[in-house]
Every structure is written in structure tokens, then in C-alpha cells.
Ligand binder design. Structure first.
Ligand code: SF4
Length: 173
């Protein structure tokens, strides 16, 4: 790894940048993210800065269920982020679709569109829980940069259990 790459990695760990995407939220979750940025909770004391562009962000916070219209936009935003990148699904809606689950205009949780690294529970989650989620992603970022990317994590994951054998079909004479 050359010096400039090491410097970039050092800066990403010391000061991860987050960006926010509302994929169909009621705005309750967004307000709590804004609250985490205010002096009361002061997420910047950890060096975490809010960023407008996904191209400069390490962590994407997604609020709300994913509406059918926003799904392709969410995917495009995720693809624009530099590797290794992390996603936090906010609240009950981000995890499963919440109160909107199963409706005609949503594809439910964020994980149905892009990979999710951390779920922050609540409706809406409290700012300190959001900070906890970001710090969890920061831990993943540190590990992944030390291993040269996220690939090692996939190799570490145990293989899925074998599919159960098909039940024999009963034939009645
Ligand atoms: S989890 Fe609750 S606050 Fe957040 S978008 Fe869904 S309904 Fe709104």
C-alpha cells in the first residue's frame, strides 16, 4: 500500500463521512439524524461529518421503507460510494418496511435493494442509538481497511446449511 493510500485510510478511520438518503420515510427518522448532528448529541465529537455527496461518503444512512420509485435511486447512490462502504438501515421501516410493509408502493426494507451493515431499531430511533450504529460501522471500516477491503468478511462467513431434503410424495392408491 503506497503512502497516499495509507493517508486516505487513516483519514477515513479518524473522520468517517456520512450521507443521508430518505427512501420514503415519514421524516421522523430524518429529524433524529439531524438531532444527532446538533450540539446536544454532537456526533462530530467522534470526527463523524455529514456529507452531501455519496461519492465522498463512507456510511450511508437510509431512512424509511424503500418505495418502488426510490429503489433504483438508492441503488445508484450506493454504487457511487467508494469501497469499502457501509449502510445503516434506520428504524422499523428501514429494517422491514415497518407500518408500510406489504403496501403496493414499497419494496419493504432497505436490505431488499442494497446490502445493510447495521440496523438501528426504533420508530424513530433515538440519536444516541444512531451514533451507536455509526460507531459500529466505524469498527467494521477499521477491520476492513486493515484487511484490504470487505472481501475477507465474506470468506469468513460460514457456508449456508444444506437445503433440507425434499419430502417424499405420498401416493394414495
Ligand atoms: S421508522 Fe417510524 S419514524 Fe422512521 S420513517 Fe418509519 S414510521 Fe417514520
Amino acid at each position: 500500500m503506497n503512502l497516499s493510500q495509507r493517508l486516505v485510510n487513516w483519514a477515513r478511520v479518524k473522520s468517517p463521512w456520512i450521507t443521508l438518503f430518505n427512501s420514503g420515510a415519514c421524516n421522523g427518522c430524518d429529524i433524529e439524524v439531524i438531532d444527532a448532528l446538533t450540539p446536544r448529541f454532537d456526533i462530530e465529537r467522534f470526527g463523524i461529518l455529514a456529507q452531501g455527496s455519496p461519492r465522498h461518503a463512507d456510511i450511508l444512512i437510509v431512512t424509511g421503507p424503500v418505495t418502488a420509485k426510490q429503489a433504483s435511486r438508492l441503488k445508484r447512490i450506493y454504487e457511487q460510494m467508494p469501497e469499502p462502504k457501509y449502510v445503516i438501515a434506520m428504524g422499523a421501516c428501514g429494517a422491514t418496511g415497518g407500518v408500510f410493509r406489504g403496501l403496493y408502493h414499497v419494496v419493504d426494507g432497505v436490505e431488499n435493494v442494497i446490502p445493510v451493515d447495521a440496523f438501528v431499531a426504533g420508530c424513530p430511533p433515538r440519536p444516541d442509538e444512531i451514533i451507536n450504529g455509526v460507531v459500529a460501522c466505524l469498527g467494521l471500516l477499521k477491520e476492513d481497511l486493515a484487511h484490504g477491503g470487505k472481501e475477507w468478511r465474506r470468506k469468513k462467513e460460514p457456508a449456508p446449511p444444506p437445503a433440507p431434503a425434499a419430502k417424499p410424495v405420498e401416493v394414495h392408491a
